[in-house]
Write a protein that binds this ligand. Structure first.
Ligand code: HEM
Length: 311
């Protein structure tokens, strides 16, 4: 049985590490400046700008710097981005010209496609690459931004957890910027992120098709039927997670969670391909931000309601 390994080393380059730190430093500056004015801030747009810049740099090899202009339409709304991608010939050209010069995964796929095809086939190949790149973009941008937002929410509600995370930074990192290896030592931060993903998974379900007929607890699923797996419900089931509405990073810290019941990144051969990248991206952001900023609950903070079916 394939069980996800959240600690397996990620093949990460120094350049990638540089992008994480560069984007995290900008994120911290932005949040600090906004909070310094004594105003309440909506952290969402800051995190969205951060994940947009990271995904653009690590997956596409482009420095977007949307965080320097948070009202940039690219950073505002993922649907705006999708519309732009779908309708803009300009972006198509940009992808062709810009990315061919960059040594990233897209360059490799494009080169492969070019070698394989000619004439219309070549164009078809490039369009397929753009489609794949778009999937990466959409899958990696919104999910990670939403999780950072949920984490900030949890930390504001549970100041003791926030303090413990900061203490772990002091003990494990001192004043240094963490390398990838250093980040693996931040076990309590890891647990807080996993617990946040359990409570507020950005995707509520995953889908599969039955490859053969199977009967489970008296229900027969025919071969070829589509099956929706309600991962959010599984992670709220008290059988697997006692007191499921409680934010309790300790349950992951103690390693007592059965990995099969933690499904925020899916499961099996189609497990999220960006899982370890997302975890690293979130951890480096938190090291930068929490060294300078404390998340606190405002008087009018809206308590997040759990969907009815979880009650
Ligand atoms: C907190 C952040 C993220 C969460 C919670 C998340 C969650 C998921 C989930 C639940 C799936 C479906 C898995 C399944 O069907 O078993 C998935 C698939 C996928 N994710 Fe993520 N994801 C995150 C970040 C990312 C990032 C950063 C990237 C890219 C850089 C990414 C790329 C993908 C891709 C390409 C797939 C499709 C994989 C396939 O079908 O084989 N994700 N993700």
């Amino acid at each position: 049985m394939h069980v996800p390994d959240f600690s397996q080393p990620l093949g990460i380059s120094l350049e990638m590490e540089h992008h994480f730190h560069r984007c995290s430093a900008q994120l911290t500056t932005n949040i600090k400046e906004a909070a310094g004015k004594g105003q309440k801030i909506d952290v969402r747009k800051y995190f969205a700008g951060y994940t947009l810049d990271v995904i653009a740099a690590t997956s596409f090899g482009i420095e977007v710097n949307s965080q320097k202009d948070l009202d940039n339409p690219l950073a505002k709304d993922v649907s705006t981005i999708l519309q732009d991608i779908a309708s803009s010939e300009g972006l198509l050209m940009l992808l062709k010209i810009e990315l061919l010069e960059k040594p990233d995964f897209l360059q490799l796929i494009l080169s492969y496609e070019e070698a394989q095809s000619s004439g219309k086939e070549e164009l078809k190949g490039k369009l397929e690459v753009i489609a794949q790149a778009t999937v990466f973009f959409v899958a990696g941008y919104e999910t990670t931004a939403a999780t950072l937002q949920s984490l900030a929410y949890n930390l504001a509600l549970y100041p003791d957890v926030q303090e413990k995370i900061v203490r772990e930074f002091e003990e494990q990192l001192g004043d240094e910027l963490p390398t990838y290896e250093d980040v693996t030592k931040l076990k309590y931060l890891h647990s807080a992120i996993m617990e946040t993903l359990r409570m507020y998974p950005p995707l509520n379900s995953v889908n599969r098709m039955a490859s053969e007929e199977v009967t489970i607890k008296g229900i027969t699923i025919p071969k070829g039927a589509g099956v929706m797996i309600p991962i959010a419900n599984v992670m709220k089931d008290p059988e697997y997670f006692p007191e499921p509405d409680k934010f309790d990073p300790e349950r992951f810290y103690e390693g007592s969670v059965n990995p099969v019941s933690f499904l925020a990144f899916g499961y099996g051969p189609r497990l999220c391909i960006g899982m370890r990248l997302a975890l690293l991206e979130m951890k480096i952001a938190m090291v930068h931000v929490l060294r300078k900023v404390k998340f606190v609950k405002t008087d009018d903070l809206q308590v997040r309601r759990q969907p009815e079916r979880y009650r």
